[in-house]
Design a protein. Structure first.
Length: 163
């Protein structure tokens, strides 16, 4: 899937529904990256809940702070991990020297076009890169998801061990 294909489906077919509902979770790395790339203080675009940060909504709107009037993500190449993976979600557990990843999916227009297997392979590349450089970020994502009920009504697919 190219980013332009999925962007088109999200914008034109789905009308960016997930960018107009639950705000994406922000890991500490997301916060730093978005702040640095767009030279913004985190208070400008993020809200803290009990412990974790989430992207703010636009004023008087349920839209994500970064959603343009045309229905596109204004920070697409720097978007949060949560958005990079969606409609795939994961849970992570350390077992000995490996990690067990449980894969979940949210069925949406994108999953009418691309198989779960394809979407998970794409998500796995992202997860593996974090496992190599900073696994702590993946646990931050998971904690934030639990805090907001992000796993509710998602469908479990399968679990696998990653090195
Ligand atoms: S990921 Fe799914 S729910 Fe979100 S905008 Fe794209 S098609 Fe819609
Ligand atoms: S950051 Fe971008 S992709 Fe993520 S919810 Fe906001 S507009 Fe959508």
């Amino acid at each position: 899937m190219t980013s332009s294909e999925s962007t088109k489906i999200c914008r034109d077919t789905c009308k960016s529904k997930c960018c107009k509902s639950t705000p994406p979770a922000l890991t500490s790395e997301d916060l730093t990256r978005i702040s640095n790339v767009f030279m913004m203080k985190k208070e400008e675009f993020a809200n803290k809940k009990t412990k974790w940060f989430f992207v703010k909504k636009r004023e008087n709107s349920s839209d994500c702070y970064f959603l343009s009037d045309e229905g596109e993500c204004k920070i697409y190449t720097s978007r949060p991990l949560d958005c990079q993976l969606f409609p795939i979600l994961f849970k992570i557990k350390k077992v000995d020297s490996s990690y067990v990843i449980k894969w979940y999916i949210w069925y949406c227009p994108l999953t009418d076009f691309f198989t779960p297997k394809y979407l998970i392979e794409k998500a796995k590349k992202i997860i593996v890169s974090y496992l190599e450089k900073n696994p702590k970020i993946l646990f931050e994502y998971q904690s934030a998801m639990y805090e907001t009920g992000g796993y509710k009504r998602k469908h479990f697919l399968f679990a696998e061990k990653l090195p």
